[in-house]
Design a protein around this ligand. Structure first.
Ligand code: MLT
Ligand code: ZN
Length: 465
């Protein structure tokens, strides 16, 4: 190296404690994608914008790849150093620099944990809605890179809707500050939005200016139980069709329910083969009547029982069941591949039926759950055999490809919230036209002419259409 000569230089500039050589970097070789281990040559634990800029400048001078990393909770391999080089972690940049109650703004460093910011603003009667399932662990810089969503996206939208401005360091070390502190603003191209969801391929975020909302005065939660998933998915479209706007509309199929039942904090009857978790917010006096009306819509769609949370404890118990779906499936199966396809909302019932057909056809377990209100379904392909065992990899890959095909045929998209990263990179050309992919390659080359920042992620490599 390049790398070999860069390491002592980084240690001299930043101090040995903040530069981890490969023998201490194992933890940084993995994320939540299950795509394997890619230990980097070195990890830098940056604490300031200047340090991020320095690393990017030195790396550019020596032609060393740099992979940005937030909290490592990504599910598509976006933070894996597949080509070696430096992992630049922003986990130590944890300052909430400002919460402005009058302007409804927070300014944060990228390593702030999402749940920590939420608690801090809620103490002041304010609200930061995006709520990825990993909110107690994931960081806002990672949320910006992936344009993270979550259950509340149905009413409140995803991270992009809350990012007013950014400070980003480009490969080579130049600092850009796109965006604003105002609620409105249309000067120039929307460069802020371009960086949000760019999966750490265009620049490294060192500061985020976020929009806040007033904290809703009251919240109500209910769970509708169904004997079949088709009825449950129709209930979701009926709730929307009846003009309701809950803040979350989550669906769990029979496989998901079977896995959470043993650990659930409330009894989930065995005859429940699907459930829809619904949450509304607003003025206190409107909550109960709204919940009752939504419960009636569910019953008309085939719900045989509707459980209404009467207090905060009940609410937490209902949400606990939803939040442990992913970890319960992971614990129970040697192989779990989690997709996050999205279809236009009305096509959700058809997608659910097709996913079950795909599972049967390939002889694989399939669990479907997630953000049904957004048409965003977590399709999990499950197998008892390890990925190395003969055939299973091909079977799983074929099932996933079928899920993608059906999703795209329904007018959907490969990723509703986890991003493309490494996992879905080679399928992008199924969704996007060659000229659109080429346009994005040009944007990438403009920001990163040496292709050193998170190389090999998000855009298809090798074969040009
Ligand atoms: C979720 O909604 O639970 C997360 O996006 C993770 C997942 O289950 O795939
Ligand atoms: Zn999700």
């Amino acid at each position: 190296m390049t790398q070999v000569t860069l390491l002592p230089l980084l240690e001299r500039e930043l101090g040995a404690a903040r530069v981890l050589a490969s023998d201490r970097a194992a933890r940084y070789g993995q994320d939540e994608s299950n795509l394997g281990s890619f230990p980097p040559d070195a990890v830098v634990l940056a604490e300031t914008r200047e340090e991020v800029a320095l690393v990017l400048r030195l790396a550019a001078e020596r032609g060393v790849p740099v992979v940005p990393r937030g909290a490592g909770t990504g599910m598509t391999g976006g933070a894996l150093a597949t080509e070696g080089g430096i992992v630049l972690s922003t986990e130590r940049m944890t300052r909430i620099k400002e919460i402005d109650r009058e302007s409804l703004i927070a300014v944060v460093e990228p390593g702030v944990i999402t749940g920590t910011l939420q608690e801090a603003v809620e103490d002041l009667g304010l609200f930061y809605p995006p709520d990825p399932a990993s909110l107690s662990m994931c960081s806002l810089g990672g949320n910006v890179a992936e344009n993270a969503g979550g259950p509340r996206a149905f009413k409140y939208g995803v991270t992009r809707e809350y990012v007013l401005g950014l400070e980003v360091v480009l490969p080579g070390g130049q600092v850009l500050r796109p965006g604003r502190r105002t609620a409105k603003g249309v000067t120039g191209y929307d460069v802020t939005a371009l960086f949000v969801g760019s999966e750490g391929t265009l620049g490294i975020t060192t500061e985020v200016t976020l929009k806040l909302l007033p904290l809703p005065a009251a919240v109500g939660t209910l769970l509708a139980l169904f004997r079949d998933v088709h009825a449950a998915s129709l209930a979701v479209t009926s709730i929307i069709g009846a003009g309701h706007r809950p803040r979350a509309l989550e669906l769990l199929d029979a496989t998901a329910l079977d896995h959470v039942r043993p650990k659930s904090q409330f009894p989930i009857p065995p005859e429940a083969r699907a459930a829809v978790l619904i949450e509304v917010d607003g003025e206190p006096e409107a909550i109960e009547p709204t919940c009752v009306r939504i419960g009636q819509v569910c019953e008309r769609a085939g719900a045989y029982e509707v459980i209404l949370a009467k207090d905060e404890k009940d609410r937490r118990q209902l949400w606990h069941a939803r939040r442990i779906v992913s970890s319960s499936l992971k614990e129970a199966h040697r192989w779990k591949l989690s997709e996050d396809v999205a279809v236009p909302r009305g096509a959700m019932p058809v997608l659910i039926d097709r996913v079950h057909e795909i599972g049967k056809r390939h002889g694989l377990g399939m669990a479907s759950y997630g953000h049904a209100g957004d048409g965003n379904l977590h399709v999990n392909v499950l197998s008892e055999r390890a990925r190395e065992e003969d055939g299973v990899k091909d079977h799983v890959r074929a099932a996933v490809a079928d899920v993608f095909r059906e999703t795209l045929a329904l007018g959907g998209t490969l990723s509703g919230e986890h991003g493309i990263g490494l996992a879905k990179r080679d399928y992008v050309a199924w969704e996007q036209a060659p000229e659109l992919i080429e346009f994005q390659r040009k944007l990438k080359a403009l920001c990163d002419p040496q292709n050193l920042l998170n190389p090999g992620k998000m855009l298809p490599v090798g074969h040009r259409e």
